[in-house]
Design a binder for this molecule. Structure first.
Ligand code: KG4
Ligand code: ZN
Length: 345
């Protein structure tokens, strides 16, 4: 079955073709980074308008690049939540209508389920059950994945998501939007050991996270360092790099400690990382070392499938359409949608 997947929940328009036999056939992505950069964050109305502008050209691009014809599409899957409602509605209206015009079934996909199963796009896919760390701009959670649609939430962030903490700290440092990759790039020039940030909630039992204190710690560190720079009372580029590195190490270490605890608690030897922050190379390295130490295996998607993309939506859509799930002739989307409400496949 050849499925078209559509992602439009935030600031990336992604379209992809996924085949039940061959896997991913092709994909196309348009990022709105330039559009939102001057505002320092995503402007929802501009995001919706831009999705509308790019959905059809991206469909044409993915069809041209894969040599497929529109008439070969056998099902359409689109992100129906969680996310920005206008952005979601753009993709849902387009996807549901396209399916109707092609007389093929449509299916709604949960954005986080897309991320969670993105490592299955790789040739070397993890086998169920596994522990998954989902770290994105909107969510941070640890889940025990027993199968498709069978997710037990082991812990989650009580306040800021890991990506949100990266973005807010980057903003304090004047690094602009999107902050995560910019902060990670600057951290490469940092020298370790100058600052030590706390590892929030690691001394308490349980698998929940809290990252909002880290940005406050970063702010206090910045202010103190600036006061000590008696020349001009400003931060140097090296100060910013050192703070970035200390922040990144604190987030990665905290995630590592909780992942190790989750693997031990579930008596599981497979860890999967997904979501935008999963693109962070320092985090990957720290988790690779930890899993090697405890004789566990680590899986993650290619960098391009960590952040938002159409491929992960097409894949989940294909799994669900193959299982007979379909969306009636109603265009719907939801800003909030719990992963626990998904049906098992
Ligand atoms: O999964 P994603 O593309 O969108 C959501 O569903 O939220 O994640 C975006 C988040 C942003 O917060 C971004 O700053 C962060 O992922 N991110 C990174 C890196 N690349 C993206 N954070 C740290 N290091 C990176 N290399
Ligand atoms: Zn995402």
């Amino acid at each position: 079955m050849l499925v078209l997947g559509i992602e439009s929940s935030c600031d990336e328009t992604g379209l992809a073709l996924y085949d039940s036999e061959q896997g991913l056939v092709g994909h196309a992505l348009h990022s709105q980074i330039e559009l939102h950069a001057e505002y320092g964050g995503v402007v929802p109305e501009l995001a919706s308008r831009d999705h509308i502008r790019y959905l059809i050209p991206l469909l044409q691009q993915v069809l041209a690049e894969t040599g497929k014809n529109k008439s070969e599409i056998e099902g359409v899957a689109y992100t129906a939540g969680p996310g920005l409602i206008g952005a979601l509605m753009s993709g849902a209206a387009f996807g549901r209508s396209l399916a109707w015009s092609l007389a093929v079934p449509a299916v709604e996909v949960h954005h986080m389920e897309g991320h969670l199963l993105a490592p299955m796009l790789q040739d070397n896919a993890p086998a169920f059950p596994f522990v998954a760390l989902l770290v994105s701009g909107g969510h941070t959670l640890l889940a025990y994945v027993k199968g498709i649609g069978r997710y037990e939430i082991l812990g989650q962030s009580l306040d800021d998501a890991a990506g949100e903490a990266f973005d807010k700290t980057a903003k304090l440092l004047g690094l602009g939007y999107p902050g995560g990759p910019a902060l990670a790039a600057l951290a490469l020039q940092g020298s370790a050991g100058r600052y030590r940030f706390p590892r929030p909630m690691v001394d308490r039992p349980g698998l929940d996270f809290s990252f909002s204190g880290l940005k406050t710690f970063a702010l206090n560190t910045m202010q103190k360092t600036a006061r000590e720079n008696t020349d001009d009372g400003r931060l140097t580029q090296q100060d910013k790099a050192d703070i970035s590195l200390a922040f990144e190490q604190a987030v990665a270490d905290t995630l590592k400690i909780k992942c190790r605890r989750a693997l031990q608690q579930q008596n599981c030897k497979i860890l999967v990382i997904a979501g935008g922050v999963g693109a962070n190379r320092h985090l990957r390295q720290v988790l690779a070392e930890m899993t090697a130490q405890i004789d566990a295996e680590l899986f993650y998607p290619d960098i391009e499938f960590c952040t938002d993309n159409g491929a992960m939506i097409a894949q989940v859509g294909c799994f669900r359409l193959m299982a007979g799930e379909t969306q009636p002739l109603e265009i719907a989307a939801r800003a909030r949608w719990s992963m626990q409400d998904l049906t098992a496949v």
